[in-house]
Design a protein around this ligand. Sequence first.
Ligand code: C5P
Length: 223
Amino acid sequence: TESSSLAGKTVLITAGPTYEAIDPVRFIGNHSSGKMGFALAEAAAERGANVILVSGPTNLHPVHENIKIERITSAREMLEVTSKYFDEANIFIASAAVADYAPKDVASEKIKKNDDSLTIELVKNPDILKTLGEQKSHQFIVGFALETQNEEANARQKLTKKNLDMIVLNSLREEGAGFGGDTNRIKIITKTEETDFPIRTKNEVAKDILDAIETRLSNNQTN
Ligand code: C5P
């Protein structure tokens, strides 16, 4: 709506999984649906933001005309494309489930099933959120944390290590939270505050996150 402080702002969002090629027909990936990132994109666009959505492979399509979609496959491509838009972004939200590792070498031909065992060497992928956190100037940066243990301590550590303004914690232990499903239960953590939310649909969670961002931005006019 006209009254949103997101109107006219540029919101950069990463979403979905990344696929890391093993050979021309195979990859390492994960079950991220992209729903959370796409919900954030729609909600931000509805508030008048110009949204750039950098998404890994999903079946989803943006609806709102203010969403520009950039489809990528691998973590390296996600970093490349996201970096291109970082300077013009007012807000960066990293909701993608980026693969932590990628095959060191991509076989140029389909790997044959000759041997009884096969070893694929993996190398660490770039951390997109951390890389851009290090380049932060005016941007308000939001990350996600999905933890199975010491969730809060780990989330707080990420907030500091990745130079974030806010981290959204969702617990895998929580029924109805996390990957694939339509609902999520989150805790929003900033340097000074911590807020628990009830279990909600991902569309509602997206609005809660944007509300929290708007509140923080209006309290901190340096952004
Ligand atoms: O360190 P961890 O993967 O738990 O951090 C999760 C957060 O970092 C998410 O916001 C995710 O989108 C982002 N991330 C990223 N690039 C990676 C790994 C995680 O942007 N390679």
